[in-house]
Design a protein around this ligand. Structure first.
Ligand SMILES: [Fe+2]
Ligand SMILES: [Fe+2]
Length: 253
């Protein structure tokens, strides 16, 4: 722009530029949410119908999620995803967005970013086989319902294994995302080093997403309260990673 332009022209041009950038960010997020939603819907439908689960649509959703969070920002991603009223859909897209932010913050290589976001997007595929009255029950599950709900980790693993298109690292993440370092998790009661690095990261994103999800019957939990709950899980979660996750969240707001 030439130096002799009147200030109002410069301001108008800058405002236009800011508007374009904001518009692009908005578009990246809506495109990412749509693509990730399509990937997830296809996957869950196949799992529900007992058909072999294919990974092609999932792969197509991963790049748009990373681009959305990188260009549009995590806050925009969360605001969009929180408006979806299907609990499982909302949850999986929240975990995927959080994982994308975490991976970008940690400076993961391109391949590892994709691996982590893939596991995050599909980690609860086993919920496709859990009865809806348990899955969407408002409030606490009774012990019998909880036992049914907890089968989703092993079911998800089996559904993906039977499909024959899922890599071993992702399979392990799907099976073990509810394992805790002290052995109190499920389905296999793994302890410490038996739980891989990516699973540890995924579990943190999963718990944070569950705490901060938006449901019509409860008020949203503030980010600081969710971080305090994670920080109180010393012994179950790796605190170094919880702190790093907190930094990734703080960097996103
Ligand atoms: Fe789960
Ligand atoms: Fe989950």
């Amino acid at each position: 722009m030439p130096a002799y332009l009147p200030p109002e022209t410069v301001v108008a041009a800058l405002a236009n530029q800011v508007g374009i950038i904001a518009g692009n960010a908005e578009k990246a997020v809506s495109r990412g949410v749509v693509r990730a939603g399509e990937a997830l819907n296809g996957l869950m439908a196949e799992a529900r119908a007992g058909q072999p689960v294919r990974m092609g649509a999932v792969e197509a959703g991963l790049g748009p999620i990373l681009t959305a969070v990188q260009e549009g920002g995590l806050a925009r991603w969360l605001d969009t995803v929180w408006t979806h009223d299907d609990a499982t859909y909302q949850h999986c897209l929240l975990v995927a967005g959080l994982a994308a932010q975490f991976a970008l913050h940690l400076g993961f290589r391109h391949e590892d970013q994709f691996r982590f976001v893939r596991a995050a997007l599909i980690h609860d595929v086993g919920k496709a086989r859990i009865p809806l009255e348990i899955l969407n029950k408002p409030g606490r599950l009774d012990p019998d319902e909880l036992a049914v709900m907890r089968t989703h980790a092993a079911i998800g693993h089996e559904v993906l294994r039977a499909g024959g298109e899922c890599d071993p690292v992702t399979l392990s993440a799907v099976r073990h995302h509810h394992e805790m370092l002290d052995g109190s998790g499920y389905p296999d009661g793994l302890v410490g080093d038996q739980i891989g690095d990516m699973v540890r990261l995924l579990t943190i994103c999963d718990i944070y997403a569950a705490l901060t999800e938006r449901r019509p019957y409860k008020s949203p939990m503030p980010m600081a309260d969710a971080m305090a709950i994670l920080a109180a899980m010393d012994g179950k979660l790796e605190m170094r990673l919880v702190e790093s996750f907190g930094d990734a969240m703080a960097a996103a707001v």
